[in-house]
Design a protein around this ligand. Structure first.
Ligand SMILES: O=C(O)c1ccccc1N[C@@H]1O[C@H](COP(=O)(O)O)[C@@H](O)[C@H]1O
Length: 215
């Protein structure tokens, strides 16, 4: 999110988490002080998530100090040791992102079980992309069907109003993370697309039988 208007809209639609991207190459990149001001529109109503990519320690200090996030999303190659350090430094829940294409990609989460409070599964970036996430591409969601049911995760990558019902049906995901699927241009959230996305989620949740995510 980059504007108060988009944050207010997301909260009014029922978003449980609001993310701010701290990655210079991203069209969604935002300065920590501006993010901190915008986040006030969501504080106490939705969890505020700082999305970082192998952040430099000084930058992470600024982000935590100025944004006061509820959760740190780690979207780079952060090691289990770095996660321990971040946990000790900030005491915040950590959501570790993994890019998925093949069944073996899911094995990479093993060393992080017990360290990550939640996982986030995204697609691998397309060739030539500078972004580890926010590329609007999906992976084969059926790969998640073999995942141990105790693994808590958010599903991410290329979700939009047209495919979210299928994503929920194939995964039973308890959390969805959407970005470019509700944008009119890279980094520009579209309030109408946000409404339509939430409507599609509600319709899909009404339609699907009880799964592990709805029990
Ligand atoms: O969105 C970005 O620009 C970004 C940059 C660096 C790390 C993560 C980023 N985005 C994450 O990817 C998901 C999914 O994006 P999309 O729906 O496929 O566009 C996004 O919500 C962020 O968690």
């Amino acid at each position: 999110m980059k504007t108060e208007e988009a944050v207010e809209k997301a909260v009014s639609l029922g978003a449980t988490h609001i993310g701010f991207i701290f990655f210079e190459k991203s069209p969604r990149n935002i300065e920590p002080d501006l993010a901190g001001r915008i986040a006030e529109k969501a504080r106490g109503k939705a969890k505020i998530v700082a999305v970082t990519v192998d952040a430099d320690p000084d930058d992470m200090d600024d982000i935590v100090y100025l944004l006061k996030p509820d959760i740190l999303q780690l979207h780079g190659h952060e090691s289990p040791e770095q996660m321990l350090t971040l946990k000790a430094l900030y005491g915040l829940p950590l959501m570790k992102a993994f890019s998925i294409r093949d069944p073996d990609d899911l094995k990479r989460i093993d060393p992080y079980i017990g360290l990550a409070d939640r996982f986030l599964f995204d697609a691998k970036p397309p060739a030539g992309s500078d972004l580890p996430g926010g590329n609007g591409v999906s992976f084969d969601w059926r790969l998640l069907q073999n995942l141990d049911a105790s693994v808590d995760y958010m599903l991410s990558g290329g979700l939009n109003k047209a495919n979210v019902a299928q994503a929920l049906a194939e995964t039973g995901a308890r959390g969805l993370d959407v970005s470019s699927g509700v944008e009119s241009a890279p980094g520009v959230k579209d309030l109408r697309l946000m409404e339509e996305f939430f409507a599609a989620v509600r319709q899909a949740n009404g339609a699907r039988p009880l799964s592990r995510s709805a029990q």
